[in-house]
Ligand binder design. Structure first.
Ligand code: HEM
Length: 401
């Protein structure tokens, strides 16, 4: 049910909304109080957090729930995959509160440590080389999204989950379609059924012949039911694929638009890990996440949020708060590493962040190394931005070399 919109609310900024100058947070969301009322595009009224400290406060406060369907009059800017998952399916711990959340997360933590990401590094680098080969073989001009940014994260997830080589193509095509937000309800449901069947078969085969991958370990080392393992697998796919893919493609676009910064990276590749942190901060690809719902009345940044109201954290704005870094609107690959919130904060902070960093560092290093003359194959304004998507980025990135 939509909350009624009273005339006073007509003037509130609607959310989410388009960025400025391709990556900057919407100007209308900036410069005001750190927590202010907003109108979700569907019409309901909630709160917007743009202050860095206030965002950390909300994300680490148990009075704010990640279970999105608690308040009946809350309408969220949510993508299709969550909509069809209204009941918080088994295993989808990203939208669970403690103690359920901790039960699943603790089973997975050891697969996502810094050490585990380092162990996977050599495989990730091989996958990046395969991706670079595919891009090169496509011949220039080529779409960097289709030939590089899309397949690399999906193959890394295959590696993590233990998807056999002969089935990776099927996995990639289901993964690519499940993430298309322009799919109609029927096509989306069909892709979802295919994904469920895929995971079902994978889990059964791992129960019979376990390997050293995450699904095998969940099937043999825990009491989890098949539906829970499937939920975990699907969540890893959704959380880890679209995000990394967009960081790769929007990151590449940003490097191409800032040649003086890119020259610094080419001259000194040891700057690349720092540049990845700066890209995560500067681009903040999550347009409309995270969102929380107040379980009780709470005062944050001087605003009184009532029980049942939703609170949206504008990560792009929060990561440009001068409370986080000096001169926040400048993209500077040499900036000291900041405590940005691109991976969230608190108990739901991104589980895959170390893996994502490993992928991004390997991918940007590989791209700069393989293509010393990489450049856009179309004028900047012809690059279509994902303005209407929950995860921001570019639809295609035609490049030449
Ligand atoms: C650059 C890439 C990525 C970005 C920007 C990103 C961002 C985020 C953010 C902001 C959250 C917190 C959501 C919330 O508080 O509601 C999150 C959670 C999560 N991410 Fe990532 N992520 C990335 C890559 C990955 C990868 C590669 C994986 C795994 C393969 C992954 C798995 C997860 C999971 C499982 C959660 C839920 C954690 C929980 O609820 O305890 N992410 N991510």
């Amino acid at each position: 049910m939509k909350a009624p919109t009273c005339p006073a609310h007509q003037d509130l900024p609607s959310y989410p909304r388009e960025r400025e100058d391709y990556v900057d947070p919407p100007a209308v969301l900036r410069g005001g109080p750190p927590v202010s009322p907003l109108r979700f595009v569907e019409g309901s009224i909630g709160w917007l957090v743009t202050g860095y400290h206030e965002a950390r406060q909300v994300l680490s406060d148990p009075r704010f729930s990640a279970e999105r369907w608690r308040g009946d009059d809350t309408v969220q800017p949510i993508p299709a995959w969550i909509r069809s998952n209204r009941g918080n399916g088994p295993g989808t711990f990203m939208v669970m509160d403690p103690p359920k959340h901790g039960r699943y997360r603790s089973l997975l933590t050891r697969y996502f440590t810094v050490k585990r990401a380092r162990d996977l590094q050599a495989r990730v680098e091989d996958i990046v080389v395969e991706g670079l080969d595919t891009l090169e073989a496509a011949g220039h001009p080529a779409d960097l999204v289709r030939h590089f940014a899309l397949p690399v994260p999906s193959l890394v997830i295959c590696e993590l989950l233990g998807v056999p080589y002969e089935e990776r193509r099927t996995f990639q095509s289901v993964a690519a379609s499940i993430m298309r937000q322009d799919l109609g309800e029927a096509a989306y449901d069909e892709a979802r059924v295919t994904l469920v069947r895929f995971f079902d078969a994978l889990i059964k085969s791992k129960r019979q012949r376990p390997g050293s991958d995450l699904i095998s370990e969940l099937t043999s080392g825990t009491e989890l039911r098949n539906e829970e393992i499937m939920g975990i697998g699907a969540q890893l796919l959704v959380a880890g694929h679209e995000t990394t893919m967009n960081m790769l493609s929007l990151g590449a676009f940003t490097l191409l638009r800032n040649p003086e910064q890119t020259r610094k990276l080419r001259a000194d590749p040891s700057l690349i890990p720092g540049a990845v942190e700066e890209l995560l901060r500067y681009l903040s690809i999550l347009n409309a996440f995270p969102v929380r719902i107040a379980l009780e009345d709470a005062v944050i940044g001087g605003a009184t949020v009532r029980a049942g109201q939703s609170v949206a954290i504008s990560v792009p704005t929060v990561n440009r708060d001068p409370a986080l870094v000096d001169d926040p609107d400048t993209f500077d690959v040499g900036r000291p590493r900041s405590a940005h919130l691109a991976f969230g904060y608190g108990i739901h902070q991104c589980l895959g962040q170390h893996l994502a960093r490993t992928e991004l560092v390997a991918a940007f290093r590989g791209l700069l190394d393989r293509f010393p003359a990489l450049e856009l194959a179309v004028p900047v304004e012809k690059v279509r931005m994902r303005t209407d998507m929950v995860v921001y980025g570019v639809h295609e990135l035609p490049v030449t070399w």
